[in-house]
Design a protein around this ligand. Sequence first.
Ligand code: PLP
Length: 365
Amino acid sequence: MENIASIFKSHLEPKEVYKGGKNLPSSSKKIYKLSSNENPLGASPKAVSALKLAAETIDIYPDQTDIRLREALVQDFNNELTVNQFICGNSGSEIIDMLLRAFINEGDEVIYSNPCFLPYSVFSRWYGAKQIDIPLTNPNYDLDVEGILAAITNKTKVIFLTSPNNPTGTYIPKTVLDEFLNHIPKNIIVVFDEVYRHFADAKDYITALPYVKKGHNIIAINSFSKTYGLAGQRIGYCYTTTILANYIRQIQKPFLLPSTSIEAAIGALKDQIFINKTVELVKEGRHFLAESFTSLGIRFWPTQGNFFIIDPPLTEMKFTDRLMKEGIMVRPVSQFGAPGKVRITIGTQEANKALIEALKKIKPE
Ligand SMILES: Cc1ncc(COP(=O)(O)O)c(C=O)c1O
């Protein structure tokens, strides 16, 4: 009898899979979920009412072209891009998959920089790409520009950059990105993951927008899971040059986006009050937590995202379990290439205070 494994693709041998953060356990105890970088305010009320309205017609196929959502995105980008430059998908993660599916031939090389979002490497493997990790440099987790440029070969197809980066919270300053992109050959796609962009306030923070407008081969990933509070609805998008977008669109499945997602996303884009409230909450929380970590002697990294990584006073698993007993759920991030570190999402003021009170009780062993 032939071995069943002989029908498997050789590059898909069972290996590490990407599992997202855990869900809340079903218990009556109050738990603050600070483990998945979700929006602690919930979803935009405008998104929720649009979704409810859309639920009344879920027997009808959705808008095949998602044109209304793309028109709303054009408005959101102040007409700096056109509808042809957006591709929507069932989440930022799905967009990452779509891009790799669109560009990777078996044996192509994909470069990313650990610690980073695990799907870059896991999804690359699905398409038979060779994964090249050029880690962020210690101790500040800066991008190793020279290291990446030196790693480029004639097989390099995609380079992932993330700003703000998950899980480190670090960002790529404008001068660094300018310099980097000037050295990238035209036959390489830079995938610029900016799903946390609304939370960045550093003066030299920059999104991919000006580079797309200049015609660089750069594709910006965005998500409705964070600022807009639609993580459970699974919707995201990317924007890029018209030529790349038209190419990628060929592999977009018809009727990909549920009508409820389309309507929720359009509603969320219109809800500037909710967006402002969310961003303000994150900035206040960032300030409060940074001061509190400092006074507790906990090492943390300055962040531009809605989360921190810290060096916990216990091993990451013990620390995570201990905090869970105190009603706070956080995420160890060894899997993301940050061994021993723990990522903590910035929550409501109540949750942030509860976190600090819990941390006061945890002593190093
Ligand atoms: C850096 C980064 N990119 C992309 C995503 C994907 O978000 P989603 O799949 O929820 O849209 C996440 C989610 O945590 C992320 O942290």
